[in-house]
Design a protein around this ligand. Structure first.
Ligand code: C2E
Ligand code: CA
Ligand code: CA
Length: 842
């Protein structure tokens, strides 16, 4: 049939252009059917080329003919498959394509060669048509009508081709006709609306298919055929026209879809921006002018949109911050986190955290900002930091902040070549205030003290509360180290006047330890240690004074450590002994003896009680020592009972710590029972100060012991804060007037009045009075004249060793232990206390 086909170069050029067009299109479009169309046209183009080729050699000519026919058939098949591929799945359609085209091509080729085995042709035809039926089944359900038509087409053409296969002349025309008709049918199946494109595609394919039947099998009249030849290529171009239209249509639909998508997206973003609860804005990077703001920004800042657009970003910033806000670069995406303070329309200032992105807006470089009001968070943060660094009661910095400031001060001093003074201030006997007046007054007191101290401290310096009643002051920039003494003196003098607490005036004093950087230490830790040592020294030396760190202070501190060691050793190595000092009544009879603790002279280091008792108290060793004293006294009483054959009473000094022990009373009574001693053979002395600590526990112990018959004396009376009401509440038999009052007694001193009033008070309370530290005759006679009941002091007798006293007992066992210095006639005042204790009464 090649000779019928009038190929021309115009056809080739047009097809070439068409292929180029499809080639370009299929590269830009993802749809798979374009690719198949492109493949189809490429095959058609190849068949055209082969149609133009003429070979003299019959074999080459035959091969060329086979190539031409196969490429046309394959081209048609590519169009058919193009309608079946959907959604990118290509494997199944491709396999179907092969199932259809391989038998098809074989039939065409065998027929062209002139193969005459009818049955082989039939077999191939049946296989090919069966595959085509499968293609029908693969069509989507909604193409039901197309499918039925397709099946009918297969059956009709199967019959037709089987029929013409006998006379093989026009077999391939029937096959070509079928494949293009099929393509037309499928093209018609893509119907959406009646369009030129659809009609052109459907009619084009049908005409294309029809052209094969017109040319050969229907044997048209030669004149009509000549006419038809002129239009032979026309259907192809109609099809290509339709396909081109469809491609443009698709592109237009895609663009419309895309535009719709953008519109939705834009709307989404606009809603998000406009209704976002956090303020957002866009501003020009160059002029800083606002370009757009959302509603939250307007409501949050109190400006209208118009007002905003009239402003620049810096108009929001609080004036004093305009030199730049804190900026943190958070990542490489040019996203910044900024902190700043903004002023609202009503003048309020808020803290904001802003996240900024650089964007392009209306063709310029802009900043897109999301602002979060963090005022509350910052405030909370500030409060937390403040609380972590400050003392709740006084509002002063605490140790944490002090350490920070100290480090800074040392650094600065190092740079400036100046000194730093570290003052450790401790309120003297503050526990007493707390115990006497309660913690409410104690706290009030501390606040007042803090206020007085802070008033003296320069702004640049730091005062911190570093302990219950301890304050630390850092004074930097000290040029002359000698100034420190003046400063300490000034601090001490702050407490010359009493503190005014609601309800009362309280006299307090402080002790101060001072260390200097860099003279005493070059680091904060050691500076603090040196300051503490100096404080310890000041306290040890009588309180209400200051001490400056020095070799001597350091040595004294070390001495204290050594002293504690010495006390510990004495306790362990039986290094203690007791001395006994008699207490005389108005007749000069030694009514009882006070047991006083001493370190044995054999100890490696002998300390006086005034030194080791406080150390024992501080270290807690007093409990063990106290027990030892009590057992020792009891043992002694038993021993004396044997030699003196009489009742002797011993006064034992007890510390608050002992009395505060829950089982103290029971243990004492147990010891007395063990030694078979009556409770009246001992009495306890405790100081006013001791009475005030742990008042409940002590009161409890005292009540138990008193009900068992043990008497109590208040030692050092007049030196503490004890109230009469409180004393009246306790089982007290005796007041011991402190030595400091007795020492002052002389015939002209006006302060004699204190002693007189104590004695009068005791009388009204029904308790007896002992005067301690009677050192001369004048004191004795003045005391007796004022009605004092008992007397104790060096003038009468010093504390005696056990042997001395035992000897006295043995020698004078038949006599009263009566003192010669007493004037026996003076017995004017009746005794309120116990009866005078007589040794072997006559
Ligand atoms: P204190 O209870 O006030 O004891 C009286 C102190 O005054 C004793 O000092 C005594 O030797 C001294 N003294 C007596 N008469 C005179 C005098 O006329 N002039 C002078 N200047 N002093 C006189 P000592 O023995 O040094 O005791 C000091 C303190 O040690 C005692 O004061 C007492 O508080 C405490 N102490 C002594 N022994 C014990 C003890 O066994 N247990 C407890 N807890 N404390 C004790
Ligand atoms: Ca005493
Ligand atoms: Ca005393």
């Amino acid at each position: 049939m090649g000779d019928h086909l009038q190929g021309s170069w115009i056809n080739l050029v047009l097809l070439g252009l068409l292929i180029t067009f499809f080639g370009v299109q299929q590269r830009n479009r993802p749809q798979l059917y374009f690719r198949f169309w492109f493949a189809g046209w490429l095959l058609i183009f190849l068949s055209f080329i082969s149609n133009e080729l003429k070979f003299a050699d019959p074999k080459a000519s035959l091969l060329n003919e086979l190539f031409r026919l196969d490429t046309v058939f394959l081209g048609g098949a590519a169009f058919v498959i193009s309608f079946v591929v959907k959604g990118g799945k290509v494997l199944k359609p491709l396999l179907l394509g092969i199932a259809v085209t391989v038998p098809g091509c074989l039939v065409i080729d065998l027929n062209a060669i002139g193969h005459t085995s009818y049955w082989l042709l039939c077999l191939l035809i049946v296989i090919g048509q069966a595959s085509s039926l499968l293609v029908n089944l693969y069509l989507p359900m909604r193409w039901r009508r197309v499918r039925s038509l397709g099946i009918a087409l297969c059956i009709v053409f199967c019959a037709a081709t089987l029929h013409v296969a006998k006379d093989s002349a026009s077999l391939h025309e029937w096959i070509m006709c079928e494949i293009f008709l099929y393509a037309g049918l499928l093209y018609a199946g893509t119907y959406r609306r009646l369009s030129i494109e659809w009609m052109a595609g459907t009619i084009g394919f049908i005409a294309w298919s029809g052209s094969y039947l017109l040319i050969a099998p229907l044997k048209v009249h030669p004149t009509a055929l000549a006419l038809l030849w002129q239009f032979w290529s026309l259907p192809k171009y109609v099809v290509s026209f339709a396909m081109t239209l469809r491609i443009f249509d698709g592109a237009r639909a895609d663009i419309a879809k895309l535009a719709d998508g953008y519109k939705l997206l834009y709307e989404d973003f606009r809603l998000l921006y406009e209704n976002h609860p956090l303020p957002m804005w866009i501003y020009d990077k160059d002029s800083l002018r606002f370009l757009s703001v959302n509603s939250a920004a307007c409501s949050g800042y109190g400006f209208t949109k118009e007002q905003f657009l009239d402003k620049t970003v810096s108009d929001l910033v609080v004036e004093e911050d305009t030199d730049g806000s804190e900026e943190i670069l958070t990542n490489s995406l040019r996203q910044h986190l900024q902190y700043g303070r903004h002023r609202l329309s009503d003048g309020r200032v808020i803290s904001v955290e802003m996240t900024e992105r650089e964007i392009q807006f209306a063709n310029r470089s802009a900043g897109f900002v999301l602002a979060i009001d963090v005022t509350e968070r910052e405030e909370l943060n500030r409060k937390l930091v403040y609380r972590a660094q400050h003392d709740v009661l006084t509002g002063l910095p605490n140790r944490l902040l002090l350490e920070d400031r100290l480090a800074q001060s040392l650094e600065r001093a190092n740079r400036d070549n100046t000194h730093v003074a570290l003052f450790t201030v401790d309120v003297d006997r503050f526990k007493l205030v707390n115990d006497t007046f309660g913690h409410g007054v104690g706290d009030e007191c501390l606040k007042k003290i803090a206020k007085r101290l802070s008033g003296r401290v320069r702004k640049a310096d730091t005062i911190a509360r570093t302990g219950g009643e301890e304050f630390t002051i850092i004074v930097g920039g000290v040029v002359d180290p000698d100034d420190v003494e003046v400063m300490a003196e000034n601090l001490l003098r702050l407490f010359d006047a009493p503190l005014c607490i609601p309800g009362q005036e309280l006299k307090v004093s402080i002790s101060i330890g001072v260390s200097l950087y860099p003279a005493d230490a070059v680091d904060a830790d050691n500076l603090r240690i040196k300051s503490d040592q100096a404080l310890f020294y000041a306290k040890r030396n009588g309180r209400n004074r200051f001490a400056i760190a020095s070799e001597e202070v350091c040595a004294s501190f070390n001495d204290a450590l050594a002293a504690e060691r010495a006390v510990r050793n004495a306790l362990r190595d039986d290094g203690f002994e007791l001395h006994y000092q008699p207490i005389y009544d108005r007749e000069g009879v030694a009514s009882r003896f006070e047991a006083l603790l001493r370190m044995k002279p054999s100890c490696p280091e002998v300390l006086p009680p005034a030194m080791f008792i406080p150390i024992a108290e501080e270290s807690g060793l007093i409990l063990a020592i106290g027990s030892w004293v009590i057992r020792q006294v009891c043992a002694q009483l038993v021993a004396w009972r044997d030699v003196a054959d009489t009742r002797v009473c011993v006064a034992i000094n007890v510390s608050a710590r002992q009395l505060a022990q829950k089982e103290f009373a029971a243990r004492i009574l147990e010891i007395l029972r063990e030694h078979d001693l009556s409770p009246s053979s001992i009495e306890f002395e405790l100081t006013e100060t001791a009475l005030m600590s742990e008042p409940e526990l002590i009161k409890d112990s005292m009540a138990k012991l008193a009900s068992a018959g043990i008497q109590f004396a208040i030692d050092d009376f007049g030196t503490g804060y004890s109230s009469l009401a409180r004393l009246a509440d306790l089982p007290i038999a005796t007041l011991k007037i402190d030595r400091s009052f007795v020492v002052q007694l002389n015939r002209t001193n006006r302060r004699n009045g204190i002693v007189t009033s104590i004695i009068q008070m005791a009388e009204t309370m029904g308790v007896s009075v002992v005067a301690e530290g009677v050192e001369d005759e004048i004191q004795l006679s003045l005391l007796r004249g004022r009605g004092c009941d008992y007397f104790q002091g060096y003038y009468l007798s010093k504390p005696m060793q056990v042997e001395t006293l035992t000897n006295a007992f043995e020698e004078q066992s038949q006599l009263l232990l009566r003192h010669p210095n007493f004037d026996a006639q003076d017995t004017s005042r009746s005794h309120c206390g116990r009866e005078p204790l007589l040794i072997n009464p006559e």
